[in-house]
Design a binder for this molecule. Structure first.
Ligand SMILES: [Zn+2]
Length: 150
């Protein structure tokens, strides 16, 4: 699963990465028991500096596939497919598994002393931008300054 895979999903949060999916299938009398391991990395933006960084991703999921009358993927743990269907498209399932494996807080990794390996140039730019914005949009500061100068 690479860039083309992610870009095939509209509005994808992730559009770059390189992942391998390993699907082990065990046939049972009534269903298939799938163990799906995903490993690799995705490129995601850091919440702090907005720089793109490589996030190592590992996930393991179990999916049961039953045979029934209609195609039903509404339960994320048990898919139902018709008896005459011999192929299962796991694209959407893998994509969602990747999104679920992403952390809520996405930050650059830290170095050995616990400092985030953020882009220092970006942090500087963002800081400048925020400072300028508060200067421009808050006239109360000017009033306050006048008062303090008197
Ligand atoms: Zn960062």
């Amino acid at each position: 699963m690479g860039n083309d895979f992610f870009r095939s999903f509209e509005g994808s949060e992730v559009d770059e990465g390189d992942l391998l999916a390993d699907v082990a299938v065990e046939k049972r009398s009534t269903h298939l028991d799938l163990t799906i391991r995903i490993s690799g990395y995705v490129m995601i933006p850091c919440d702090r500096c907005l720089g793109i960084f490589s996030y190592p991703l590992e996930s393991e999921n179990r999916l049961l596939v039953k045979f029934g009358n209609v195609h039903d993927e509404s339960d994320p743990e048990i898919f139902t497919i018709p008896h005459d269907e011999h192929e299962l498209d796991l694209g959407q399932y893998l994509y969602e598994s990747v999104l679920l494996a992403l952390p809520i807080k996405r930050l650059h990794p830290t170095d050995s002393s616990g400092n985030y390996l953020c882009d220092p140039e970006m942090i500087k730019q963002l800081g400048k931008h925020i400072a300028e914005e508060t200067k421009q949009t808050d006239p109360r500061w000017d009033e306050l300054k006048k008062l303090m100068n008197n």
